[in-house]
Design a protein around this ligand. Structure first.
Ligand SMILES: [Zn+2]
Ligand SMILES: [Zn+2]
Ligand SMILES: [Zn+2]
Length: 106
């Protein structure tokens, strides 16, 4: 038991002595293991590209009174916003640099 602690201290001292504190927190995600989604920047929802946030789209037909006949946008289901597909609506993604571990060990 005591030997293990001494060994640990020795390794720690060696690491510090070398000037490299491994494992160290990932500089890309600051040790969290998660990065803000680069697609939506954490906003998760973005304006639907099909209906431009209107929630409905033109069917291409006109009603008898001349109004455009609209239908609910199928892409966003009438919401006008779609959830980010890059992060599945999480707003964050697993850090590519440390693969979600939050530290770099080498
Ligand atoms: Zn996203
Ligand atoms: Zn839409
Ligand atoms: Zn990271």
């Amino acid at each position: 038991m005591k030997k293990k602690i001494i060994m640990g201290l020795f390794v720690l001292a060696a690491v510090i002595g070398m000037g490299f504190a491994y494992p160290r927190p990932c500089s890309m995600c600051f040790g969290s293991g998660q990065q803000t989604c680069t697609r939506c920047y954490g906003n998760v929802y973005s304006k639907c590209p099909k209906c431009h946030g209107e929630g409905e789209e033109w069917t291409g037909q006109f009603a008898s009174n001349g109004d455009m006949v609209m239908r609910r946008c199928l892409r966003c289901d009438g919401v006008g916003e779609i959830r980010c597909s890059a992060c599945n609506g999480e707003g964050t993604r697993t850090c590519n640099y440390c693969h979600g571990t939050g530290s770099i060990d080498g």
